[in-house]
Design a protein around this ligand. Structure first.
Ligand code: ADP
Ligand code: ASP
Ligand code: MG
Length: 419
C-alpha cells in the first residue's frame, strides 16, 4: 500500500488533472491512498473570501462567484456529462453561501476552518468523479470522518489514537473493493463535529498521518520540481537535486522555511521508518529525492533556505533587571498561546530577541501582552537566510551589500537575519 500526495500545482487546470490520471494509470495494480490539496491557489482565494466576509459588503459573494466559475470551467473541460459532479459541487457552494449569509463568527479562527476547508472538498470531488468516469475506479473518502483533531482552529492537533483507529477501520475495506481511495489533505474534524484545518500547506502532513496509520510502504509527494533541490528554483539559479536525504536533514531544512514539504510531515514517517519520495509529476518515471533513515548521514552540498516576511522582536526589562528564567518562561507561554513559532533567539543580560514570521494579528496580541512588563521593539520586513552545510563563499554571497541584524553560526548551519 502506497500513499500519494498531490498538491495544488498538480491540479491547477484540466490538463493537470489529466496528468494525475495518467500517473495513476501506471499504478492500477497497487493499493493507493491519494491525498489531495485544493486546486491551484484556491485556499488563498477562500482566505480572501473570509476577509471580505469580515469586512462586510458584497465583495465576499463576488469573490465566491469567481471561485465557483474557476472550478466549473475545469469541470466542463473534464467531464462528458457534468450533471452529477455539478450537483455535488453545488451542494458545497450552497454551504458556503449559508456561511456568508450569517454574521461572521466572533472567533475568526473557528470561522476560518469552517470556510477555508471547502477547497479540498471541491478538488477531491472533481478528481474522484473524473477518475471514475475514465475507468480508474475509486472511493471518495471524507477525511473529516477519520482525521480527528482538537479545536485549536487553523493549527489543529491530530488526536493520533482516534485517528489511527478510524483510518485502520475504514480504509482497508475500501481498498479491498477498489484499489484507489481519494481523500483530502489539510482538513479534519473536532470532537464536536466542526471542521478543522492543520495549518497552511498541511496536506503533506495529512499524507504523513495516513501513511503512519496504514503502515504504508512509502509516501510519494508529487511536485512541479524533480525533488528536493539545494534551494528554491524560483529564487536561485544553479540549484541541484539532492538524491538522498535523512529524516533529520529533511526536518531541519523544512523547519526553517524550505517550502518544498511541510516540516510536520517527517515525524510520522520517521517513527515508522516509511520512505518519503519527493518527485516530479512532470517526469513521473524519475525517482526524485528519497528521504529515509541513514546509518551514516549522506554528504550534502550547501542548501539555502530564504524566508521573507520575518521580524525581530526585541524584549527588554523596563528597570534594568536581568532577563531571568521566569521572564522567559512567561514569554514562551504566550508564544505558545498565540501559535508564534520562533526561528531564532538570543538573550543578553537585560534583553531577549526572537526572529519569527510576521503575522499581524498574532504579533499585535503578543506585543500588547508584553508591553505591560517590558520594552518591546518590533522590526518588520526582514529576510531570514539559512545556509545548511555552508562554506564561506556561500555565506559571503548573502552578506555582501546587506545589513545583517542577527547572525548565528553553528557547525552545520549559518543563519542571517537581513534587512
Ligand atoms: P504543492 O502545490 O505541491 O503544495 P508547493 O508549491 O507548495 O507545491 O511546493 C513546490 C515548490 O516548492 C516548488 O515549485 C519550488 O519552487 C518550491 N521550493 C522551495 N524550496 C525548494 C527546494 N529546496 N527544493 C525544491 N523545491 C523548492
Ligand atoms: N490547500 C492548503 C493550502 O494551500 C493545504 C495544502 O495545500 O497543503 O495551504
Ligand atoms: Mg504546498
Amino acid at each position: 500500500m502506497k500513499v500519494f500526495k498531490f498538491g495544488g500545482a498538480s491540479v491547477k487546470d484540466a490538463a493537470s488533472f489529466k496528468n494525475v490520471a495518467s500517473i495513476l494509470s501506471a499504478y492500477q495494480d497497487e493499493d493507493i491512498v491519494l491525498v489531495l490539496s485544493a486546486l491551484g491557489k484556491t485556499t488563498n482565494k477562500l482566505e480572501s473570501i473570509l476577509e471580505a466576509h469580515y469586512m462586510g459588503g458584497p465583495n465576499a459573494k463576488a469573490l465566491l462567484s469567481e471561485l465557483i466559475s474557476f472550478h466549473l470551467e475545469i469541470v466542463h473541460k473534464l467531464f462528458t456529462d457534468v450533471t452529477a459532479i455539478v450537483a455535488e459541487l453545488n451542494d458545497l457552494f450552497v454551504e458556503i453561501e449559508w456561511i456568508l449569509e450569517d454574521e461572521p463568527h466572533s472567533d475568526y479562527n473557528y470561522e476560518y476552518d469552517q470556510l477555508v476547508s471547502f477547497g479540498e472538498l471541491f478538488s477531491t470531488r472533481i478528481l474522484s468523479g473524473y477518475l471514475n468516469e475514465i475507468g480508474l475506479s475509486n472511493h471518495w473518502l471524507d477525511a473529516r470522518n477519520v482525521i480527528l483533531t482538537d479545536n485549536s482552529y487553523r493549527r489543529a492537533n491530530v488526536n493520533w489514537a482516534q485517528t489511527e483507529l478510524r483510518i485502520v477501520h475504514q480504509i482497508p475495506p475500501l481498498l479491498a473493493e477498489r484499489k484507489l481511495v481519494i481523500t483530502q489533505g489539510f482538513i479534519g474534524c473536532t470532537s464536536e463535529n466542526y471542521n478543522s484545518t492543520l495549518g497552511r500547506e498541511g496536506s503533506d502532513f495529512s499524507a504523513g498521518v495516513f501513511s503512519y496509520a496504514l503502515n504504508a510502504e512509502s509516501l510519494s509527494i508529487w511536485k512541479d520540481v524533480p525533488g528536493i533541490l539545494t534551494g528554491d528554483p524560483r529564487r536561485l539559479e544553479d540549484v541541484v537535486k539532492i538524491e538522498h536525504m535523512s529524516y533529520r536533514e529533511a526536518i531541519e531544512m523544512t523547519y526553517y522555511g524550505a517550502k518544498v514539504i511541510h516540516p510536520k510531515t517527517i515525524k510520522p514517517l520517521q517513527n515508522k521508518g516509511i520512505s518519503l519520495f519527493v518527485r516530479s509529476f512532470k517526469n513521473p518515471e524519475e525517482r526524485g529525492t528519497e528521504i529515509k533513515h541513514f546509518e551514516v548521514e549522506p554528504n550534502y552540498p550547501p542548501v539555502i533556505v530564504i524566508e521573507d516576511d520575518q521580524c525581530l522582536i526585541n524584549i527588554s526589562t523596563k528597570d534594568f533587571s536581568f532577563i531571568a528564567e521566569k521572564h522567559l518562561s512567561g514569554i514562551f507561554t504566550q508564544l505558545a498561546e498565540y501559535g508564534i513559532s520562533v526561528r531564532l533567539m538570543r538573550n543578553t543580560a537585560i534583553s531577549f530577541t526572537i526572529c519569527s514570521t510576521y503575522e499581524e494579528r498574532k504579533m499585535n496580541k503578543l506585543i500588547d501582552f508584553l508591553q505591560e512588563d517590558f520594552n518591546v521593539e518590533l522590526i518588520p520586513d526582514l529576510q531570514l537566510v539559512t545556509v545548511r552545510h555552508y562554506n564561506l563563499e556561500t555565506i559571503e554571497k548573502y552578506r555582501i551589500n546587506r545589513k545583517v541584524l542577527f547572525e548565528e553560526q553553528l557547525s552545520k548551519m549559518v543563519q542571517l537575519v537581513l534587512e
